[in-house]
Design a protein around this ligand. Structure first.
Ligand code: PZK
Length: 285
């Protein structure tokens, strides 16, 4: 079966299987400060593939999705080809990152007015839909609801907003009960051959979201990353200037990072990661 390579992401590859199907392959590469490091985290791609599949299987009542099967390697997802919307559907439950910066500058985040006096990392009164566009170079650009309507039309813009917030509420509540705060997350949607809205890409993984350890949560400061904090701390200690190439990670940082990914998988899926390796599709049941 010839698999045509279609695209490379920072840490993923996309192949064509046939006219209707794609293969998404998650590597073990890790990026920090927007740079892919030269050292891999063993099984990271399997953890993210399994987690995404877990969420796809459990959110079908909220919205259909592109997943068809997980391959036995645990890192490859067969999916339906969609016509992807030119919109990154970001939902924020906490005030951090560019949302915090925008709030400090204007008191608003993507046109949502917020109460005065919120602290960094504060939980927001309601989750906010803050769409962005896929910038050709560099970072995604936050856009207003009006621009989202201009890109996909009123009906689709309203639908992806409602669905994105419903997905976030479901996952954030599930995760918080298991010790993980999902500060924010990014969804990508597309239309299938029948014109039906489908969730695509990866969803609700630590690469498409900010995961924070709930037991260390303290508003008024930035929060440690559930998965990447060891790697970030190491990168800070070696005095790296955050340009290519990044530093090699020592074995203890690799091991600690790998353990955090697996811990997130175990907590969220309630399935030991070793069982996932034996039978990847078991995570769907
Ligand atoms: C699609 N990407 C991003 C992901 C990369 C690039 N179901 C789909 N149908 C059509 N297109 C896509 C998808 C999905 N998912 C996703 N680009 C196109 C991407 C991974 C690696 F290089």
């Amino acid at each position: 079966m010839p698999e045509t390579h279609l695209a490379s992401g920072k840490v993923r590859e996309l192949y064509a299987l046939d006219d209707e199907r794609l293969l998404l392959v998650a590597s073990d590469r890790i990026s920090t400060f927007d740079v892919v490091l030269p050292t891999e985290i063993p099984d990271k791609g399997r953890v993210l593939t399994g987690l995404s599949a877990f969420w796809f299987a459990r959110t079908r009542e909220i919205v259909d999705n592109h997943m068809l099967a997980i391959r036995a390697d645990g890192r490859s997802t067969e999916c339906r080809r969609l016509e992807m919307l030119p919109l990154e559907c970001v939902v924020r439950g906490y005030l951090t990152g560019s949302g915090w910066k925008d709030y400090l500058a204007s008191g608003e985040v993507c046109g949502h007015e917020l109460p005065a006096g919120l602290q960094e990392s504060a939980r927001l009164p309601e989750p906010l839909f803050t769409p962005s566009t896929k910038a050709q170079t560099g970072h995604d650009e936050n856009i207003t609801r009006a621009r989202a309507v201009g890109l996909v039309g009123e009906e689709l813009a309203s639908r992806v907003e409602q669905v994105s917030i419903a997905l976030y509420r479901f996952a954030a509540e599930w995760a918080a009960a298991r010790g993980i705060l999902i500060a924010d997350t990014k969804f990508e949607f597309g239309l299938d051959a029948d014109g039906k809205l489908c969730l695509g890409d990866e969803a609700l993984t630590p690469d498409s979201s900010r995961f924070w350890p709930a037991d260390e949560y303290e508003p008024g400061r930035g929060q440690p990353s559930y998965d990447k904090q060891f790697a970030r701390d190491y990168c800070e200690t070696v005095g790296w200037d955050k340009t290519e190439p990044g530093p090699e990670l020592p074995a203890d940082v690799v091991d600690g990072t790998r353990a955090r990914y697996i811990e997130a998988f175990d907590r969220l899926t309630e399935l030991p990661f070793d069982r996932y390796l034996d039978d990847p599709e078991g995570v769907l049941r």
